[in-house]
Design a protein around this ligand. Sequence first.
Ligand code: NAD
Ligand code: UFG
Length: 344
Amino acid sequence: MANPGKGTFLITGGLGYIGSHTVVEMLLRNYNVVVIDNLSNSSELVLDRIAAICGRKPVFYPIDLCDRSSLEDLFATEKDLQAVIHFAALKAVGESVENPLLYYKNNLISLINLLDCMVSHSVHNLVFSSSCTVYGEPDTLPVTEKSPIKQAISPYGNTKQIGEEIIKDTTQSTQLRSIALRYFNPVGAHSSGKLGELPLGKPNNLVPLITQTAVGIFPFLRVFGNDYATPDGTCIRDYIHVEDVAIAHASACERLLSGNGKDYEVFNIGTGTGYSVLEVVKAFEQASGLTLPIQVENRRPGDIEKVFADTSLSNQILGWKASRSLSEMMRSAWVWQQSLNNKE
Ligand code: NAD
Ligand code: UFG
């Protein structure tokens, strides 16, 4: 049921992994939420999972953001939108190399349609899902928001760089105000055990591959390279609990609505700590009590050796700080995987 005293947020891609956790966070804060998702990488059943946690569902429109006239209709119908959180995008790095036009079309046309509708319907606040992929292989660590943007390694990464530029330019010529959040590696699942990542097909990312190996879907985890210049030879990333990422969106929305800050701002969303692939495997083994079979293989093309965030800007300006440990990330991912398996 709509909550008249609170704002209404449009969340695109709101049935996906990070989007659904953010929908839950916003509903639990008593905001009204409208979701757009074309279900290309999610399922309408996620609405039931959200309701099981929050006691209510968001308003849902099963539309494609590339369909300009349906988007216009939505903005004409939903007249009270105060802000948009834009998650909807395709995100598989390898697929983007094989089919770049699919990625440029989906990720950029949807963004341009959205911005056009926001400007013409006077919706002035936007939070954008960007990625630490924009930093490429950094020269110095940790990376700050001022670290250089490197040549994108994939068309997917390029859509994030171009997306940031399009939004920045739009904020300079219209009343739009925007915050781009550069996430590092979101992992884990909701602490309720009722919501998590539902990758369609074979996952590409480390944590779902670990949990699916643990339940026997794969015979072993392939560790891509142990000859990097890191303490144990495996790559280092800044893994962050998806619930901490969701909370960062609430903080960003609240900053935009407060009217504070510049028209366009960028924040790193990580924990500030890097863990190697083998450290993540060990944390999973401790959380699950299992021994994970692994096999060391060649390096994966395009992998960055090490990257982790300087989060002082988001800590100070957004008043946000990641609080969940690697062990909580692994435990929640494992609880979620087991709940999926029990249903099969
Ligand atoms: P996801 O695939 O789980 O969610 C994206 C959702 O958007 C899906 O439900 C999909 O059906 C929907 N969607 C895609 N194209 C659409 C379109 N044209 N119209 C309507 N809906 C559309 O992905 P996620 O992991 O939740 O990622 C969310 C955002 O965060 C993406 O923009 C992604 O690029 C970015 N990001 C993700 C990660 C990560 O590791 N998961 C890291 C950095 C940035
Ligand atoms: N890895 C393995 N074995 C696997 C899968 C991954 O060893 O089976 C390793 C990778 O080599 C890497 C680390 O685990 O060192 C993390 O890999 P992920 O694929 O989980 O994450 P990435 O850091 O490569 O990429 C993620 C998102 C991208 C995004 C990037 C930066 O998947 O979409 O973060 O934001 F661009």
